[in-house]
Ligand binder design. Structure first.
Ligand code: PLP
Length: 464
């Protein structure tokens, strides 16, 4: 669609109302400057000043089919005309159909779907199911993970956002998952890192007491904390450890699911079947809030004759389910998952590797599908991150300069700590991807300026 004519006065009014009354997530309210947005379509959105942005973040890595997909918009409108809401205790056509379409795509016998309003709630309920199913209290999860901002989910989370709200919830234990590039152990290869990570998990369980551990919760491919693709054999190894100790294996696919990695579920790449999968985001591209838990036969059976102790007023909300049905059908009809795999393997991946060769600030390129990260460093030899962990203000200036250059070039980047993630919609075209990658390439000059190579070049120049 054509970007509408600029209307700065309307934008200013939106901003004034926002600043007066909207309390924003994860922000110091007095220090933020939210950009007023007028609309979006496909891979783009635009502000009121006439600036158009290629969405290389897919909002919060959720608009997997882009903005305003006509089939999904129509389905929401149709559902709204027919039935806006109906309590979860009733059988409703779109709810049943959404559950069927999801269950058909999950691996193994994860055939029962409990619907929530988003990802964090899905994690809360997966944890509750695991605890009731096993009668055990503890949940093991990794550092370098994000699982949501609610009670159990934020405590299970393994990044700095956990700290302010961490009340030391009983029974949450963190361990280190595989991450060869930043492993502090002996790992030099993916195989060694896999072996290290499995031994570490085994030892953690032994010291905690296997009889106390309800679940191991992992992101299949870690998202927000760095796009960490597990080495071959790791997830199968975790599955085996869980089986041996009667522990529920939960894969959190809130970000990785529904096409993001070039498969319906990321677990498909690794030939692993967990006991529970949490999903949200891509299930309906966030058009209406929706998430859920896909449940194996064995865990579901626990609740055959005894009530599941949990529920939500909006579980399986008809508008959300109608949008999920339309999204999944559109993805299937239009080959969107296959497209994501293709563009990752043939366009984004090769381009990022080539870009990395030109920029001393790029330490590592990793990812799959439309799920990529550049790990930016000061020094490739030591792998020292470009900015310190959880840096803000002046300490974060190199990343801020990089992000600003992307935006000036018309690309909305995903930036987290010392990383930029390349996470466009699964529907991004080859031309759009190349356009965005060219902007990213140029913006990396800002990061390069803060590397030891740049410092060395400056010293050389000064020496003449
Ligand atoms: N789990 C993962 C892997 C996520 O990436 C997120 C959000 O980014 C969540 C859970 C939380 O989802 P929500 O923000 O919908 O509560």
């Amino acid at each position: 669609a054509e970007t509408p004519a600029p209307d700065p006065a309307a934008g200013a009014a939106v901003k004034a109302a926002d600043r007066a009354h909207v309390f924003h997530s994860w922000s110091a309210q007095g220090l933020i400057d939210p950009l007023p947005i007028a609309g979006g379509e496909g891979s783009y959105f635009w502000d009121y000043e006439g600036n158009r942005y290629l969405d290389f973040a897919s909002q919060l890595v959720n608009t997997n089919i882009g903005h305003q997909h006509p089939k999904v918009v129509a389905a929401i409108q149709e559902q709204a005309g027919r039935m806006c809401t109906m309590a979860p205790g009733f059988a409703v056509d779109v709810r049943a159909e959404a559950a069927r379409l999801i269950a058909e795509r999950t691996p193994g016998d994860l055939d029962k779907i409990f619907f929530t309003n988003g990802g964090a709630e899905a994690v809360e309920h997966a944890v509750r199911m695991a605890r009731v199913h096993t009668g055990r209290p503890k949940i093991l999860s990794t550092y370098r993970s994000y699982h949501g901002a609610t009670g159990a989910a934020i405590n299970i989370t393994g990044d700095a956002r956990r700290w302010p709200s961490d009340n030391g919830t009983a029974g949450v234990v963190h361990f280190f998952g595989p991450h060869a590039y930043r492993s502090h152990f002996y790992a030099e290869t993916e195989e060694q890192e896999c072996e290290r990570a499995l031994a570490h998990l085994e030892e953690t369980i032994a010291f905690e007491g296997p009889q106390t551990v309800a679940a191991v919760v992992l992101e299949t491919v870690v998202g927000t904390a760095g796009i960490l693709v597990p080495p071959p054999g790791y997830l199968a190894g975790v599955r085996e450890i869980c089986d041996r100790h009667g522990i529920v294996f939960v894969l959190d696919e809130v970000m990785a699911g529904f096409g993001r990695t070039g498969a319906w579920f990321a677990a498909d790449h690794f030939d692993v079947v967990p006991d529970l999968i949490t999903f949200a985001k891509g299930v309906n591209s966030g058009y209406v809030p929706l998430g859920g838990v896909a449940i194996s036969g064995a865990v579901a059976a626990t609740f055959d004759q005894r009530p599941y102790p949990g529920g939500l007023t909006y579980s399986g909300h008809p508008l959300a389910c109608a949008s999920a049905v339309a999204t999944i059908n559109a993805m299937a009809e239009e080959g969107i998952v296959e497209h994501a795999a293709h563009i990752g393997e043939n366009v984004i991946g090769p381009a990022l590797r080539e870009i990395a060769e030109r920029h001393p600030s790029v330490g590592e390129v990793r990812g799959m599908g439309v799920f990529w990260a550049l790990d930016l460093v000061k020094d490739r030899a030591t792998r020292e991150p470009l900015v310190p962990y959880n840096a803000s203000g002046a300490a974060n200036a190199p990343m801020a300069a990089f992000a600003a250059a992307c935006k000036r070039g018309g690309v909305w980047p995903f930036v987290n700590m010392n990383r930029t993630h390349v996470v466009p919609p699964c529907t991004v075209t080859e031309a759009e991807a190349k356009e965005g990658l060219a902007v990213l390439d140029a913006a990396l000059n800002e990061a390069d300026a803060h590397t030891v190579d740049a410092a060395g070049a400056a010293t050389d120049a000064a020496r003449g």
